[in-house]
Design a protein around this ligand. Structure first.
Ligand code: GLV
Ligand code: MN
Ligand code: MN
Length: 403
């Protein structure tokens, strides 16, 4: 918990926790994590996109690894547990193995992904995409709000964008990916449970929408003659809310930018994001199609230009039953009841499933609050979660890969 507090001091913003991909704050956080990994007896390095990778060899050097981890980037004005908990707990477990002089029949690696949230670039899961080898040229060309491309940002941080392929891992090198994460929802707390087994992660689509109206004088252009991009966006936002209120869906417009952004100028251009999720891919796709149709109708009626690009489209993904079984047993070993629940939040496992089987353990967080500085969990829950994770590692036997 002290380490999590310490990581929370590394922020791009002075008065709130915001740590985005390849920023100065991330460099400091990575230095801390590399140091803690080495203290725990791991070899530790940054890979070609800046993921922190620590490795604790098994009895035979070079054996395939059980991958543990989570992400070290944050949203804007974040809490201190989303992501970081899974990395720090993994290091604690390895430290315990090292203290006991235990070597296992497999290696244990802890990965701190450099970007999961997708806050800086219109690309998410940058770290895990690189690890499964799908970070492509389009992603490297994506630009942040300051107009810096990911390739330029990599170069500025001392990485070579031509070499991001070197972060990719082979399926034969890994046994499974297991992530410990705060629940970010209220279910475990309401059930009086410290821990849960994730059965599936909801799929999500992210859109970037641009509306082009006409800027003009706020005092002279009659209301009927206006092509106001922000008023158009307002209708679009409400259309998302309405459509996503159907059962099984959630939808959010979390970012909106209005240009030129002056009190006395009719908004000429607006850009906004849409994040729409469901455990059911069919429901999500139908809702996205409806939302896009409705945006087109709203924009046409207001004579405003509309451009939509899909910046992420990730299927719902199932955790492997054999890993769920082992995570369930590890939870029971701590005197807790096994309870299975889905994740509405996205996680690196959604990408890592392209490489290996995935499993997740959730730990209760206070009032289910997350993506908020009020995110909180107890020391007792951190301890029980870490002990359960350690048990999982100690008793881990590879299962059969899903077909
Ligand atoms: C990450 O936290 C996400 O679910 O967007
Ligand atoms: Mn998050
Ligand atoms: Mn997270």
């Amino acid at each position: 918990m002290r380490r999590l507090d310490r990581l929370a001091t590394h922020s791009d913003d002075p008065d709130r926790l915001t740590r985005t991909y390849l920023g100065a704050a991330q460099k400091k956080a990575h230095e801390d994590v590399l140091g803690w990994m080495r203290e725990a007896g791991m070899t530790a390095r940054l890979d070609a996109v800046g993921n922190v990778v620590g490795r604790y060899e098994g009895a035979q050097p070079g054996a395939p690894a059980l991958l543990l981890g989570s992400h070290l980037d944050t949203v804007r004005d974040a809490g201190r547990y989303d992501g970081m908990l899974g990395v720090i707990a993994g290091i604690e477990c390895v430290e315990a193995l090292g203290r006991a002089g235990k070597r296992l029949p497999f290696a244990v690696e802890v990965i701190g992904f450099a970007d999961e949230e997708g806050v800086r670039f219109p690309v998410n899961f940058i770290g895990s995409r690189a690890v499964i080898g799908t970070l492509d040229g389009a992603a490297l060309a994506a630009k942040d709000a300051a107009g810096t491309s990911m390739a330029e940002a990599l170069r500025a941080a001392g990485f070579d964008p031509a070499r991001v392929g070197q972060a990719a891992r082979k399926p034969s090198e890994v046994l499974a990916y297991v992530e410990l994460h705060i629940e970010q929802g209220p279910v475990l707390e309401a059930g009086g449970l410290a821990l849960g087994v994730v059965d599936a992660i909801a799929g999500s689509t992210r859109l970037s929408v641009e509306l082009t109206g006409e800027a003009g004088h706020a005092g002279t252009v009659p209301m009927k003659a206006r092509r106001d991009a922000l008023a158009t966006a307002a209708e679009c936002v409400l259309a998302v809310e309405r459509r996503a209120s159907a059962p099984g869906l959630v939808g959010t417009v979390g970012r909106i930018e209005c240009l030129p952004g002056a009190i006395n100028v009719i908004p000429g251009k607006v850009r906004f994001s849409v994040d729409l999720r469901s455990g059911d891919d069919g429901l999500r796709k139908a809702a996205i199609a409806d939302v896009e149709r409705e945006f087109a109708a709203i924009a046409a009626r207001r004579k405003v230009g509309l451009a939509i690009s899909t910046i992420h489209d990730g299927k719902a993904c199932a955790c492997s039953p054999w890993l769920m079984e082992r995570i369930g047993r590890a939870i029971e070993s701590q005197g807790q009841k096994r309870f299975d629940l889905p994740s509405g939040a996205g996680h690196d496992g959604m990408t890592m499933i392209g490489l290996c089987d995935i499993g997740m353990m959730f730990v209760r967080c206070k009032h289910g609050v997350s993506h908020n500085p009020a995110e909180a969990m107890t020391m007792d829950d951190a301890e029980i979660a870490t002990r359960a994770l350690l048990r999982l590692i100690e008793e881990f036997e590879p299962g059969s890969r899903r077909t």
